[in-house]
Each structure stands twice: as C-alpha cells, then as structure tokens.
Design a binder for this molecule. Structure first.
Ligand SMILES: [Zn+2]
Length: 90
C-alpha cells in the first residue's frame, strides 16, 4: 500500500504522533517521536470513509490511546520522496 497523506498530532506526553495514510485514509504506518527517540506507534482509523474521521494512536511512550479528529479534505499530502521530512509539531 502506498501512503499519500500524513496525519500528525501531539500526545499529552508531548510525543509527536504521525501516521501515513493511503488514499482511502487507512493508516499504513504510525510513529511517535519524543526527546530524540522515534518509536512505532500503532495507528488505526475510525470511519475513514467519512469526511470527518478519527485516527487513534497507541502512544509507546506513555501507553495512552490517543484519538484525534481529522477532516479528510484538510489532510496534508505526503511530500515526494527525498523531500525533507515534515517537522513535528506546529
Ligand atoms: Zn504519549
């Protein structure tokens, strides 16, 4: 599966959560970044066929199940390979 969108948010523990989504907004990979460490953060989508849907991450740093709501039309597109990775946070 090829990911085309990137959804990101921040956990209550300040970890940066990122998920790469397919065209159907299904997560392909999820990761969390905190204090220079990157860990796998399993991500899943709830009702990804809707315009407004939720993405949940299991944060590996604090164990929280983090749910965030995203608007499909506002999801940032993933950059082409070789571009610099998106900066965490806003
Ligand atoms: Zn966390």
């Amino acid at each position: 599966m090829t990911s085309v969108y990137v959804a990101s948010s921040r956990c209550e523990c300040q970890a940066s959560l990122t998920a790469e989504l397919t065209e159907d907004r299904l997560p392909v990979t999820g990761s969390a970044f905190l204090l220079g460490k990157r860990e796998v953060a399993p991500a899943h989508a709830i009702d990804p066929e809707r315009e407004t849907f939720d993405i949940g991450w299991l944060c590996p740093f604090c164990g929280r199940n983090v749910m965030r709501t995203f608007a499909a039309s506002a999801l940032p597109k993933k950059r082409a390979p070789k571009a610099s990775p998106p900066s965490p946070g806003e």
